[in-house]
Write a protein that binds this ligand. Sequence first.
Ligand code: G6P
Length: 610
Amino acid sequence: MCGIVGYIGDKDACEVLVEGLKRLEYRGYDSAGVALLMDSRIKVLKTPGKVSKLEKMLGDSHSAKIGIGHTRWATHGEPNTVNAHPHTDCTGNIAIIHNGIIENYSALKTKLLSLGHTFKSQTDTEVLAHLIEEFYSRTKNLEMAVRLALKDVDGTFGLVVMSSNEPDILVAARRGSPLVIGLGESENLIASDASALIRHTRNVIYMHDNEIAVITRDNVSLKNLDDEAVERDAEHLTFDIEQIEKGGFAHFMLKEINEQPETVLNAFRGRLMDDEGISNMGGLRDVEDKVTNARRFVILACGTSWHAALVGKYILEQYAKIPVEVDYASEFRYRNPVLMDGDIVWAISQSGETLDTLAALREARVKGVPVYGIVNVVGSTIARETDAGVYIHAGPEIGVASTKAFTSQLAVLNLINLLVARKRKTMTAEQGREIVAEMHRLPEKIQQILDNTVQIEAIAEEFKESRNFLYLGRGVNFPVALEGALKLKEISYIHAEGYPAAEMKHGPIALIDENMPAVFIALRDSTYDKILSNIQEVRARKGNVIVIANEADGRLRDLAEHIIEIPETLEILSPILSVIPLQLLSYYMAVKRGCNVDQPRNLAKSVTVE
Ligand code: G6P
């Protein structure tokens, strides 16, 4: 996945594509490529690294009038030239760029291999090129071939296809990954976001899911995947490029918070086996026995990823009945830790580049234990240096304060728990099915929270001048309290402490007075009654109480001034919901305090120093 641009018209296609790809650079990517139709043949140029590097390679490619370009953010297969898009079929006559994930790519690949197709890359996208080739050989019609190919595909796509056999059209299709068509004079464009085409036109048509478009120099025709015509009026864009890049949100952080229904879905995509009540992760397949028979897990991470690891400890110990130690990567490294036969070390990292985590996993490898990764950035150093692992597929995270990566890490830890607990028979199939069913419901529940931010904004307004905050939770939501406090510190520069709620009476309670807001996570779970007592302890000392709760009952209403309600879910999945109001609270506090939300002072997105 990442950036898509397609062009057909009177201008120099190469120039339009490169300029468009540069506009999409803000999304983050690791390689770039173009396919251009020149002298009736498709010429493909691609490279790891920056668009400027690609630009230097383009040399004499400036006669093309039709072409497609892509910046790739790796999901399947590491970032290198072969895996970069565009991908081509066996004949080299069909080229495709694609955002999204093809869930059944491995089954499709096996079938295509048996039909004699040869593959060059490790990507899921290349499967589409060969599938389209297969249907083209039967239909001799590119649009029909794309449509028929997509009927066989499970997963998401925003894609653009061109072929030297039909040199005057681009075929685009969408399910799940955005595409916008730009309507020009003697030219038309297509892109994954409008910032890539706005220099040429502000008249656009947004494609909807399950639609296919045939784009020529002078015409655009839109259909659904069942071949029925779709009518849609063009829109005129009035906003500026910066607004478009942030998807209409004021900051990348807010955009990323709002992406969570989709990113959590992406973490689960293709990995849930509803009937068996178990998960299935390609990256762990070869080591499944080792994982299931492990005597202990040691999880290493920093910052937000460390909080995700702590949630993992609660979940895995409860269900998979496996002892879990969670360590700050920086501490693990220097305390000569004891690792034993049967231990598995997991490294969790959004960037895959955090030096402390990397150094810690190297230390573990020296001690001879298997090291597996839970990483967002495909092909990153940690992903490369681990023996196996699971990608969280959250997409590029630009805001320095991590949000969507956290919930995706939690989603993957739950998948690992499901796999290990079911295989170890510490969880019944029925329990597994219940968890899987609830996992499917999470994106919608996240959306419910995101649709209701007015109250959170008002709370932020009321407390924006507070100098200290306490975040309290119990059980699986104790690490969420830590994460809520970290978010507030990071972006609004307000001192905040996260604490296990019961531990408060052993120290932090001394801080409580009318100037000390305390944020509780008090869901109706196994610790509910206990945490109500903790809330009472704060109230008795005149502290202001803000509670993240499921539908509040009378007891809670008497205790708290502010109750933010979130939908109910299973206890082990609840951190994926309970953290979202906390992300939003810190966001609105920071905005109201005039802080630089996306790039807070003194912090870096990826910390590659000790
Ligand atoms: C930095 C970032 C944090 C992040 C931590 C770990 O401190 O500012 O947001 O949680 O690094 O990063 P990682 O990429 O390893 O998850």
